[in-house]
Design a protein. Structure first.
Length: 162
């Protein structure tokens, strides 16, 4: 069974090749693709990803823009909608191509596996880039001059890895 594993080096340095290999392995495992199906499926899948990647970059650029008037806002909304629709058209066209290679039940499992993989990777990325608090420590009683105060040890979270 496939397990997502990320060592300390993996968290610090992203490798697109490793990401793609892990994604392919995860999809193959989760959708139970045969070696023959996987051999036919993944070249077309990578072709689809290439077309989508260009549109994702366009979305990223559009998302960084801040229109300053109504006309510009309307134009930005329409551009974003057009990119979203084009992404869906690409997806729909490639789903038809995939259905010539694998049955609908396996394609459905591929789609679910891809979503699951990306959610897990985002969760891992977010987890690895946040501070993790230490477990609470037991306070020590300070009995100086019958003044009862609780002295908590210095609590510092684990520093984020660079």
């Amino acid at each position: 069974m496939f397990a997502l594993s990320m060592g300390a080096q993996d968290q610090q340095k992203f490798s697109p090749e490793k990401f793609d290999a892990d994604l392919q392995e995860f999809i193959t495992s989760q959708a139970k693709l045969t070696p023959r199906e996987a051999t036919k499926f993944f070249p077309i899948y990578k072709e689809m990803q290439g077309k989508q990647r260009a549109l994702y970059e366009k979305q990223r650029i559009l998302g960084m823009q801040r229109p300053h008037d109504e006309s510009s806002c309307l134009k930005a909304i329409r551009e974003r909608d057009a990119v979203d629709l084009e992404l869906k058209r690409i997806q729909q066209n490639y789903h038809e191509k995939f259905l010539e290679i694998i049955p609908a039940s396996k394609l459905y499992d591929v789609i679910k596996a891809e979503d699951r993989f990306h959610r897990r990777m985002i969760r891992r990325f977010n987890y690895s880039n946040t501070q993790i608090p230490q477990a609470p420590q037991t306070p020590q009683m300070n009995n100086n001059n019958n003044n009862r105060k609780w002295n908590w040890p210095n609590r510092q979270g684990i520093q984020k890895k660079d």
